[in-house]
Design a protein around this ligand. Structure first.
Ligand code: HEM
Length: 442
């Protein structure tokens, strides 16, 4: 069958293209109080949002994406029949889905940072630039543009920035594994992964399960869009370090445990390819650091434990209940907050973590499934009591198994290292859809 070709010129760059690096980024949330002002904002954004068909540089130094919550589409006056054609979970919003996401206690919506999870979050603009100065300069211009729009208010901002070595706050290199998408022209990072049907990530195209999956109506609004999930995830770095220290005999063993929990050494080198010690050259070699599968030479998980973060989040060809390919996602995480200096084991009270971003055409079978079944349950690979040892909704009683001969090692009493501070389910429209939203007359 002929390969499907994506309409790259109509798809937002931020949906498909990996972000440039180094970067400084900001998430800015807006509330729309006046639909006409909101529509004007859409028209202005249409002029500055690059398409996936353009090179990043062709749009200057700043790279802008725009997404809307269900409440945002409502505030713009999108007709009811169209609103109802979006997925039910999107209509409900992230806070209403807390139970299935494991957001309870400290991570519960009642404790989220305001206004996250409220009906005030309408528009999410993400801006990326090569440095904090370039980002500020771009914002200074953009600010003028939205401040004069009475009826649209910026209500929250989160600044993010790349940490040295593109690592996240726990110290692991991030942003390595990305799926291959048929017809996108953008290569995936694992040469052993057969490209996924584009409808897994972009609405309006065949996906892995159907030739004509449901898309929001009218077609001009739904086509070339996708769903985006933003989550502000606070990371308890001091607690993570203390846990490693308490469960290891010396620094070297602590690094070994950290790698077993993640499935990669801190450099990004995968245990699948170098199980005994870190290999920083491999870690930074994009041609090799994601080129592996699990089943043939590591079915049991002697190298990469089945319960480790990366093997849970993408079991690749491992034997699991269900089909791994229908639960893939594009990730666009950016770090926020200062690094906790090396060796510090006491919490300094500062907020640091990951602005996690998911992109995919199926909120339930991709994001919610991975979050609830693979992250917070272990039945899918035959495990007993474990949650994801890095980002799971642990309650202090969980365990993590490291398969070993003759006897496995079992870590006990895993605390929760990642706290949800809030987030939202959004829709990232295509560029023609952005124009359509700007020209609504209801
Ligand atoms: C603060 C929380 C988190 C941290 C620190 C974290 C960290 C990491 C790191 C270091 C990697 C390996 C590098 C890479 O492949 O890019 C990774 C991979 C991944 N993570 Fe996370 N992550 C977090 C939360 C999440 C969440 C909430 C999800 C999804 C619900 C997720 C899904 C994935 C996926 C799909 C991969 C790629 C797996 C693969 O293909 O090998 N992560 N994460």
């Amino acid at each position: 069958m002929a390969e499907i070709v994506l309409e790259l010129d109509d798809i937002q760059s931020g949906l498909l293209r990996p972000r440039p690096s180094p970067y400084a980024a900001a998430y800015v949330l807006f509330r729309i109080d006046d639909r006409n002002a909101g529509r004007e904002l859409m028209r202005r954004l249409r002029l500055v949002v690059p398409s996936a068909g353009q090179s990043v540089r062709s749009h200057g130094d700043t790279w802008v994406s725009v997404a809307l919550s269900y409440q945002g589409l409502k505030a713009l006056g999108v007709p009811q029949a169209s609103l109802e054609s979006f997925s039910l979970e999107f209509q409900q919003g992230m806070a209403a889905r807390a139970k299935s996401l494991g957001d309870r206690g400290e991570s519960g919506p009642e404790n989220w940072e305001k206004p996250l999870g409220s009906a005030d979050v309408h528009v999410v603009i993400t801006a990326l630039a090569p440095s904090a100065e370039a980002l500020e300069a771009a914002f200074a211009t953009a600010r003028k543009s939205y401040q004069e729009l009475k009826g649209v208010t910026a209500i929250w901002r989160q600044d993010c920035h790349v940490l040295p070595g593109e690592r996240e706050a726990f110290g692991f290199k991030d942003g390595i594994s990305h799926p291959a998408i048929e017809g996108s022209g953008i290569p995936g990072t694992n040469p052993h992964e057969h490209p996924l049907k584009p409808g897994e990530f972009v609405l309006g195209y065949p996906d892995e399960m159907s030739e004509a999956p449901q898309t929001p109506k009218p077609d001009i609004l739904g086509r070339n869009g996708s769903y985006v999930v933003f989550r502000k995830l606070h990371q308890r770095v001091a607690e993570f370090r203390r846990y490693l220290e308490a469960n290891a005999n010396g620094l070297e063993q602590a690094e070994f445990l950290a790698a077993k929990m993640m499935g990669r050494w801190r450099s990004g080198a995968p245990l699948a390819l170098c199980p005994m010690r870190d290999d920083p050259v491999l870690g930074s070699d994009a041609a090799r650091n994601n080129a592996f599968l699990f089943k043939e030479d590591d079915a049991i998980g002697y190298k990469t434990p089945a319960g480790s973060h990366i093997r849970r989040m993408n079991p690749r060809d491992s034997t699991v209940a269900g089909v791994a390919r229908i639960h893939r996602m594009i990730r666009r995480g950016t770090s926020y907050g200062p690094l906790l200096p090396v060796g510090v084991l006491e919490d300094d009270g500062l907020d640091r973590g990951l602005m996690f971003a998911f992109v995919g055409a199926h909120l339930v079978r991709q994001f919610e499934f991975v979050q609830s079944e693979w992250m917070n349950d272990s039945a899918f690979f035959g495990g007993s009591v474990g949650r994801d040892p890095v980002s799971g909704a642990a309650d202090g009683s969980g365990t993590f198994d490291i398969p070993k001969r003759p006897l496995r090692q079992r870590l006990q009493g895993l605390p929760r290292f990642v706290i949800t501070r809030g987030g939202e389910y959004c829709f990232i429209p295509g560029l023609r859809a952005l124009e359509w939203l700007g020209n609504l007359t209801t």
